[in-house]
Design a binder for this molecule. Structure first.
Ligand code: ZN
Length: 120
């Protein structure tokens, strides 16, 4: 990968990381009215669902954050854009679609096929 592309992904990943971290902080602030403040059972139910949803979103976001951090690390050590599995270069257009990807399309598809077979 050339320096220009690398700089592009570095900037992109950094701004995504920033945005995610800001959002995480924001959801901390407005987080979760304690359940016993709700009088109505329906309120409790919906608050519970909101909390579950929020937790799921946060879980996904924190997974993404760690992927972005890993990608930034890979940019630093020069392995960014190289497939973790086969060592081939991942096409820039694939990286643009999904900057945190660590596998080329072929390995990714093989892995997904395996996951489907083993039922994970
Ligand atoms: Zn590969």
């Amino acid at each position: 990968m050339n320096k220009k592309d690398l700089a592009y992904f570095h900037t992109l990943l950094n701004s995504q990381l920033q945005e995610l971290q800001n959002r995480m902080n924001y959801s901390d602030i407005r987080k979760m009215t304690p359940l016993d403040e709700f009088q109505d059972v329906l309120d409790i139910a919906s608050a519970d669902t909101d909390q579950n949803l929020l937790l799921r979103i946060r879980e996904r976001e924190s997974r993404l954050i760690s992927k972005i951090k890993k990608s930034l690390q890979r940019i630093k050590d020069g392995s960014y854009g190289i497939c973790e599995t086969c060592g081939e270069e991942i096409p820039v257009k694939c990286l643009k679609a999904r900057p945190v990807t660590t596998q080329c399309i072929n390995c990714k598809m093989k892995e997904e096929a395996l996951e489907r077979v083993s039922g994970i």
